[in-house]
Write a new protein. Structure first.
Length: 348
């Protein structure tokens, strides 16, 4: 059964239906400390979760690692989970990524459902079947492709988010607009991120999720066109991994910075229209600020890009655009080009 995505209208009914459609002898809910405090109270009174057992992990990407995964496996085992149990991941992308990986490997795989509580997880992490953890200083280095049975998207959870987390999720939406069509891209650049209209954001979120859903259905295991979803991510993941040793940044901020780099490379290599590049970069600079890298950081950033999972051999592999929606996957980048791009990023 392929993943079913529900844009929620009546959350309580939809949750009960989802649980009834998933085989389960016991229900477990994975939260982090933040979602345990802010989101679990909104759910725990629901009859369908009356006997659910909660597993709570630490917050943030720095804990998306093997040690936390082991704690989840141990908690499942200690609380009597069997291969017929159900795990509900209630949280942001860190929870859905790690929870999905833990569920996919515990007793060779148990059913899991994602209830993303951040904009980033709604638009990206919870959809598409990628699960995993960070390992050896690298993002999402260990993981499997495995769909959750259901994803329930309820924008009421966005009321629990701070401004930075809204902006983080919006970074992925901006990417979806760039790889999709001009109308969607233009609408995204007009949106007031400083004073977000959550009702308007809900309809934009639905469109954004459809972009990812369409591409993932066409290429579930990232053999071809799914690499379009990596636009902005080769440089972005390097920025994110670099930041973990300095001042950690949210994933969507790293993607936004990566978009600046890969739009510049697109303009140089693929003649992406300069005016659209500059409009997009101006929006990113106004809403995401800058990252304080120096030329001394270039070797580390290039080393991190060499470790990216999309690479073949020892070449850095990126997705580039000839125009909005004109996608060119499997483009290799030399180290000298990477330095030129990083120069542009610092100066822009």
């Amino acid at each position: 059964m392929e993943q079913r995505i529900i844009l929620s209208k009546h959350f309580k009914i939809e949750l009960a239906t989802v649980i009834s459609e998933c085989e389960h002898d016991k229900i477990f809910v994975l939260t982090d400390k933040t979602t345990n405090e802010k989101c679990w109270p909104l759910l725990k009174s629901h009859l369908s979760l009356k006997h659910a057992q909660v597993i709570t992990i630490e917050v943030s990407d720095t804990h998306k690692n093997l040690a936390t995964t082991v704690k989840v496996w141990e908690a499942l085992g200690d609380k009597g989970a069997t291969r017929h149990s159900l795990l509900i991941n209630l949280g942001g992308g860190m929870v859905t990524d790690l929870g999905g990986f833990a569920a996919s490997t515990f007793k060779r795989g148990i059913n899991f459902v994602n209830i993303p509580t951040t904009l980033l997880a709604m638009v990206d992490a919870s959809v598409g079947g990628k699960t995993g953890i960070n390992f050896n200083g690298l993002k999402n280095e260990i993981g499997v492709f495995n769909d959750s049975k259901f994803v329930i998207l309820d924008t009421h959870f966005l009321n629990t988010l701070d401004e930075k987390n809204i902006r983080s999720g919006y970074g992925e939406m901006l990417k979806h607009g760039l790889i999709s069509n001009e109308k969607m891209w233009a609408e995204l650049l007009k949106f007031d991120l400083a004073h977000p209209d959550l009702k308007k954001l809900q309809s934009m979120l639905a469109d954004s999720v459809k972009v990812k859903e369409r591409i993932v259905k066409e290429d579930p295991h990232e053999m071809g066109i799914r690499k379009a979803l990596n636009f902005g991510h080769t440089f972005g993941h390097a920025f994110e991994a670099w930041s973990l040793k300095h001042q950690p940044i949210l994933h969507g901020y790293a993607v936004a910075y990566g978009l600046i780099c890969e739009l510049y490379l697109s303009s140089v290599r693929m003649h992406f229209p300069t005016d659209k590049m500059r409009q997009t970069i101006a929006f990113i600079k106004a809403n995401y600020g800058s990252l304080p890298i120096t030329c001394k950081d270039y070797p580390e950033l290039i080393r991190l890009m060499h470790h990216d999972k999309k690479n073949r051999g020892n070449e850095i592999n990126v997705t580039l655009l000839g125009d909005i929606g004109d996608i060119h996957i499997n483009q290799t980048v030399s180290e000298s080009e990477s330095k030129e791009v990083l120069d542009f990023f610092r100066e822009s």
